[in-house]
Ligand binder design. Structure first.
Ligand SMILES: Nc1nc2c(c(=O)[nH]1)N(C=O)[C@@H](CNc1ccc(C(=O)N[C@@H](CCC(=O)O)C(=O)O)cc1)CN2
Ligand SMILES: Nc1ncnc2c1ncn2[C@@H]1O[C@H](COP(=O)(O)OP(=O)(O)OP(=O)(O)O)[C@@H](O)[C@H]1O
Length: 196
């Protein structure tokens, strides 16, 4: 099972890296438009997203559109003490950023700006591959799975939405017991909703 997860990662990472700069730009603005016309966005004020890496669909147009819509944004920070976990830190245009050990931009840690994960309304997650059931395959660090496993299974959970290029869809993601299923996946073409 783990080799096929590894194969799917290699394949879909290659596919998204093969998109041209023009295709990437077009996809990123179409993704922002999908989110802005999503009815449930009105109920989401505290929103986590991420800064783009490795062919991922760019979150830049979305990020600016969400700020313009008055949303409060948060970014993941690799936990400095507990390996494998993410913290979420509020950020605005003047928040100092640094590169983490994966060369992904993240806010310089400022404990007064951290937000407990259960206080977020919507978490937009990166992903490497997804399937039509909402299963998510990530980069393989287990960061989102570990961090989201801290949420209690009650009504106040943040909505979980993966962001992806259409070329990241695969017939079936092999599911592991720890995988956190997504309620939504947004691509430039549409927003999929899964019943969980
Ligand atoms: N944009 C973005 N931010 C994110 C994630 C993500 O998938 N995308 N993560 C989602 O969990 C976490 C970071 N997880 C990551 C896990 C592995 C690699 C990675 O590039 N691994 C390299 C080799 C490792 C290295 O350079 O040391 C590789 O596999 O090629 C990157 C991020 C938190 N932030
Ligand atoms: N809740 C958890 N507690 C402890 N370990 C976990 C948990 N969730 C995942 N892991 C571990 O993390 C490792 C990587 O998991 P997986 O391959 O599913 O990551 P991923 O979803 O691809 O990555 P990411 O979530 O960082 O994008 C696995 O070895 C798994 O055992």
């Amino acid at each position: 099972m783990s080799s096929s997860r590894a194969e799917l990662r290699t394949l879909t990472r290659q596919r998204r890296r093969a998109l041209s700069a023009a295709e990437q730009l077009q996809a990123a603005s179409a993704l922002a438009a999908q989110l802005l016309s999503w009815p449930q966005l009105a109920q989401c004020q505290q929103i986590a997203l991420y800064l783009t890496n490795d062919g991922e669909i760019s979150t830049q147009p979305l990020l600016h559109a969400l700020w313009a819509a008055g949303k409060t944004l948060h970014l993941p920070v690799l936990h400095p003490v507990v390996p494998g976990y993410l913290l979420f830190q509020q950020f605005s245009a003047d928040t100092p950023l640094r590169l983490n050990k994966f060369a992904i931009g993240e806010p310089q840690l400022n404990c007064s700006q951290l937000t407990p994960v259960q206080q977020l309304d919507l978490i937009l997650t990166p992903l490497v591959a997804f399937d039509a059931l909402g299963n998510r395959l990530g980069m393989g660090g287990g960061f989102y799975d570990r961090t989201l496993s801290q949420l209690k299974p009650d009504a106040s959970r943040p909505l979980l939405m993966g962001l992806a290029h259409q070329c990241q869809q695969v017939p079936q993601v092999p599911v592991e017991a720890w995988d956190q299923p997504l309620s939504y996946i947004a691509t430039p073409e549409k927003i999929w909703q899964f019943s969980q």
